[in-house]
Ligand binder design. Structure first.
Ligand code: ADP
Ligand code: MG
Length: 707
């Protein structure tokens, strides 16, 4: 019999959370630390020393031997460097376990090998990690289950304080939105709340494949996605996988994932099969923005680690398989006060909730003005396969509000007054034994990239592999700007109510073009969006310039989120990341095509030719049309493959010679990516012809349906 998991007991057992702090820290120290966490008050060294000591004692009890400042540099992954707690050996040869406040608060990794986009010359290697005490420290066992490490979430900056990571700008943007949202609340007479915090829930999609088969796919191993592969006879057309019963092997995996996450205080809540075969989703309960970002990193790491133990491979790439759905991450975002008020909660009658309507129209204004930035925040090489490409939704930002709110806005725009809200009707199933209940006032729209879903916005463009930091930095900042402008106006207004009313109407009118409730995946929408003047940035390379446009620099500098230099460095890093990723894909394709596919096809063709000769010798009148046709067909495709391969080799070499940055990235996008597609086409056709026993790697069918 398997053991019963006591969820409430294991939840957070490896987290240095509030309960642990209360229990272990002296009262005064606890109070001081709370002040730092809640009010951003500076932490004194003497207090930090006590916290560090207790943290170390607690971690050692959990089996930890090392601590690590854990940070999120601009590589896309998290970074950690482990330091043992040990002190220098004493005369008697023994050591103590030590951890000081200074070590807790500040770390100094060599920053020279992390991307800085020109912010730092390589010889200026200093970088600092600084403890983010608002995201709790935790203990985690290493992948093999041997040693345990105390992880301390940190921000990562250069010697001059420039952000080299995801967390620093995120924390800055949280401060910006807090300040502006509080101004707004005060204007509406709120005297009880003292802080506004963005809440984020990141739903994570992923694929699981058998690890042994995965290892036979060099394209998956090197790039995270299949670079070749013909569609199996069955894809996702039956929709029988979505929410389908979860198979045993997968259920066992999910159970382990949940357990590991719960121990780390990640509130993994929802799990189900997704649309594509072998695709699944995990969603935690939402949390404070920076904690949710850290937790999402833990979710991704845990999915990979646990998969490994189950002899599975978790694929987090946005489009591991052509022809079936890709994976994304839905970033649910709302604004909550410290006393629990959700600024995005419309209440039952949104038309007379003027605070909500102002917040809502401010969001519309922010998204409309900075749609390019929001789009850019989801830009990633992998996401280029998922957004704006064939078989993918367009990369156009629009907002879905739902019938009820759209109706309120329409009333406002047409008459200047909103007098009523549509109500949810009763749902009648026509079956007497099923309960009737009141429906939501609004249906959902699954094709909208930015949808209002009851009391939060759901940004659905984010790629499955990416940190959710970037989109939240953008959301926090651009909405802070809209709030700030509204406050500037209202603080001067003679009649507050009139002022609010005018602003709501003005914003609704000026930004109605961003609201769209139709089918976001249709060709008509692409045309309609163009007419409305909405940007359609198809690729990552198209999107990057948004970071450094004048309007963007202005808003980021105004709210202290990024300096111009930081933005320029980020753009640089992104261009380089793009070029590097496509370069790896191209080289992987060249390698696989020349060393595996072409030899396999030649073997096949040779055996076919031999068989034709032998049959002919054996019987001069035997019909050999079929073999001959196959021989011609595969020989032609082989020639096509070889030509495409040559072309890909040529452009990849040319790309390497281009100047790093925008020029090189553009060359990769315009020349290398199409050359890769040209090589893939004949190879996928050959896969359908060549004997399965000869084909050098597992097929889509093997990968997707035999997990
Ligand atoms: P969906 O709306 O996509 O069907 P859920 O209602 O379960 O699914 O929510 C999806 C995610 O949104 C979950 O991570 C959930 O915790 C999160 N979420 C729910 N309410 C909020 C909120 N007010 N702010 C931010 N995230 C939220
Ligand atoms: Mg969702």
């Amino acid at each position: 019999m398997s053991e019963v998991m006591k969820v409430t007991e294991i939840f957070g057992e490896n987290v240095f959370n509030d309960a642990v702090m209360q229990e272990r820290l002296p009262k005064k120290v606890y109070r001081e630390l709370k002040k730092t966490i809640q009010e951003g008050k500076e932490l004194e060294t003497s207090i930090a020393d006590v916290v560090a000591h207790e943290m170390k004692e607690w971690a050692i009890e959990k089996g930890a031997t090392h601590y690590s400042h854990w940070f999120q540099p601009l590589t896309g992954a998290t970074a950690e460097k482990h330091d043992a707690f040990i002190s220098a050996p004493k005369q008697d040869g023994k050591v103590l376990m030590e951890f000081s406040g200074k070590e807790l608060v500040k770390g100094e990794p060599d920053a020279s090998s992390f991307p800085s986009g020109g912010l730092r010359a390589t010889f200026e290697a200093r970088g600092y990690t600084a403890w983010d005490c608002t995201s709790p420290a935790f203990v985690k066992k290493d992948a093999e289950g041997n040693g345990a490490i105390l992880y301390i979430p940190t921000a990562f900056c250069s010697y001059n304080g420039e952000a080299l990571d995801q967390k620093t700008p995120l924390l800055r943007s949280m401060e910006a939105i807090d300040k502006e949202a509080m101004r707004l609340l005060r204007l509406f007479g709120n005297t009880t709340s003292s802080k506004v915090i963005p809440s984020v829930g990141a739903e994570q999609e992923y694929f699981l494949v058998d690890r042994e088969k995965y290892l036979k796919r060099k394209d998956l191993v090197f790039t995270g996605r299949t670079l070749f592969g013909a569609m199996p006879p069955k894809g996702q057309e039956l929709d029988d996988h979505y929410f389908g019963a979860i198979r045993e092997r997968i259920a066992a995996f999910m159970k382990d994932v949940n357990k590991e996450l719960w121990k780390l205080g990640v509130s993994a809540k929802t799990q189900h099969n997704e649309v594509a075969p072998a695709q699944h989703e995990l969603a935690p309960i939402y949390a404070q923005c920076n904690v949710a970002v850290d937790h999402n990193q833990l979710v991704m790491e845990t999915l990979k680690q646990v998969a490994y133990k189950h002899n599975l491979q978790c694929l987090l790439h946005e489009k591991p398989f052509a022809g079936v759905n890709g994976s994304g991450k839905h970033n649910n975002w709302s604004l909550t006060t410290d006393d629990g008020i959700n600024l995005l909660d419309p209440g039952k009658t949104p038309h007379d909730n003027i605070q909500f309507l102002l917040v809502l129209t401010c969001v519309l204004r922010a998204v409309d003005r900075h749609a390019k930035l929001l789009r850019e925040s989801a830009a990633d090489v992998g996401n280029d396969q998922r957004l704006g490409a064939n078989e993918a939704p367009p990369a156009i930002i629009s907002v879905f509000l739902g019938e009820q709110l759209e109706d309120v806005l329409e009333q406002l725009i047409s008459t200047g007054e909103a007098t009523h809200s549509l109500k949810g009707e009763r749902l009648h199933t026509g079956v007497s034994t099923l309960p009737d209940f009141t429906k939501d006032a609004t249906d959902r729209n699954r094709t909208s990239p930015f949808a209002f879903t009851g009391n939060k916005f759901e940004f659905r463009m984010v790629g499955s592999r990416d940190s959710v930091a970037a989109p939240n930095v953008i959301l926090n900042t651009i909405v802070a700007e809209a709030f700030s402008e509204a406050c500037d106006y209202l603080e001067e207004a003679e009649d507050f109510d009139r002022g609010v009313h005018d602003l709501i109407k003005k914003y609704a009118y000026e930004h109605q073009r961003i609201v769209f409730s139709g089918n976001g995946y249709s060709d008509e929408w692409v045309e309609e969006a163009k007419r409305r003047g909405l940007p359609n940035l198809k690729t990552m390379v198209d999107a990057i310039p948004a970071l450094v446009e004048e309007e963007s620099v202005e808003v980021f500098e105004k709210f202290g989120v990024f300096t111009r230099a930081e933005l320029e460095s980020r753009a640089e890093i992104k261009y380089e990341a793009y070029a590097k990723a496509v370069n790896i894909e191209a080289r992987a394709m060249i390698d696989i095509a020349s060393k595996h596919i072409i030899p396999a096809v030649i073997t096949y063709i040779t055996s076919l030719a031999k068989s034709i000769n032998e049959v002919r010798q054996a019987c001069a009148v035997a019909v050999i049309d079929v073999q001959e046709e196959l021989l011609t067909q595969s020989s032609n495709l082989l020639a096509e493959t070889k030509n495409a391969l040559k072309e890909l080799e040529k452009v990849t070499e040319e790309a390497a010679k281009k100047e790093e940055g925008m020029e090189q990235a553009c060359f990769f996008e315009r020349h290398v990516v199409p050359a890769m597609e040209h090589l893939r086409r004949p190879v996928d056709q050959l896969e359908m012809i060549v004997d399965k026993n000869i084909w050098p790697m597992p097929s889509y069918g093997d990968l997707l349906f035999e997990v």
